[in-house]
Design a protein around this ligand. Structure first.
Ligand code: GLN
Length: 290
């Protein structure tokens, strides 16, 4: 079978299975098997595909047909123009998190840079910690509850040359941290999907394959965010900032969680701001500690 014939059939198979970008995915999978870029496949379109390649390709195609995310099949995802290893132990990094990073980096560069660590809370594959280490050249603490995620994040830090700037710690949010101020900024993409949305069903790729531990934010998707609001202040230096990715309708609820500290009956946070993503949805929450 010729490359272009194979791609046409594969693309139809994927489209029938409900895969959105079926043509692109077919090309990426075949490119992966041939160790060629997607664009160079066009030059090979009239070439014959060997039996070995055909077998390997069909195995991957079957997985994608069953709606396994492309990034898990390929084992990598591009983010911030860098390659990151991904596995079903971690969320696949998304463009919204690039926006979170752009916002936090801009703020950091425009404000007095403090001593202390920047914390990537719920680090998953480590994209936030690694991009911040690269872009800001500072020391980072990366926390996750999942040991499997931390192992992958470490591999990613090594792959991207910033292993010596990042300290990894297994912890349920900040519970394993020393109880005194040592953080100059927190940047987090916590689990914020509501149990209701998880139960109703997300996109098949997400629902069936991505780790619910990294998605499940409990009632209204706000339970982890509530704990972050309540537990983080003792570790934050004064005037330190917190940037967090949130769900597309959570802005008002998140601001309210950060402005009513029911535990201590005090308000440690100031300047709560919600900004929108490119689709016009609530996405980035920013606050500073007094
Ligand atoms: N953006 C993810 C989704 O909507 C959720 C990420 C998260 O919970 N941190 O599937």
């Amino acid at each position: 079978m010729l490359v272009h014939e194979l791609l046409t059939t594969a693309s139809i198979t994927l489209a029938k299975a409900g895969v959105e970008n079926s043509q692109i995915d077919a090309e990426l999978l075949l490119g992966h098997c041939l160790k060629k870029s997607r664009s160079s496949l066009y030059l090979l379109s009239k070439e014959d595909v060997s039996v070995d390649i055909l077998t390997a390709f069909n195995t991957l195609l079957k997985r994608r047909e069953q709606r396994e995310p492309l990034a898990y099949i390929l084992g990598v995802q591009e983010f911030w123009s860098m390659d990151f290893l991904v596995s079903p132990d971690v969320l696949i990094p998304r463009p919204e998190t690039e926006l979170l990073l752009e916002t936090a980096i801009k703020y950091w560069k425009n404000n007095t840079q403090q001593s202390g660590y920047i914390l990537d809370l719920c680090c998953g594959s480590g994209v936030i910690a690694i991009v911040l280490a690269k872009e800001l050249g500072v020391q980072i603490l990366a926390i996750d509850i999942s040991n499997e995620a931390l192992l992958l994040a470490k591999e990613n830090a090594k792959k991207n040359g910033v292993l010596n700037q990042i300290h990894f710690m297994q912890s349920d949010l900040v519970s394993a941290c020393i109880n005194k101020p040592f953080l100059s900024m927190i940047v987090s993409n916590p689990p914020y999907v509501s149990q209701q949305d998880l139960a109703q069903g997300l996109q098949d790729e997400v629902q069936w394959y991505e780790p619910h531990l990294a998605l499940d934010g409990g009632d209204k998707g706000l339970e982890i965010i509530r704990r972050i609001a309540e537990d983080s202040p003792p570790m934050m230096l004064s005037d330190s900032a917190l940037f967090m990715e949130i769900g597309n309708d959570q802005g008002a609820d998140v601001v309210s969680l950060f402005t009513h500290d029911r535990k201590a009956n005090t308000q440690p946070y100031a300047n709560c701001v919600v900004s929108k993503d490119y689709s016009g949805h609530d996405r980035i929450f920013h606050t500073t500690i007094k």
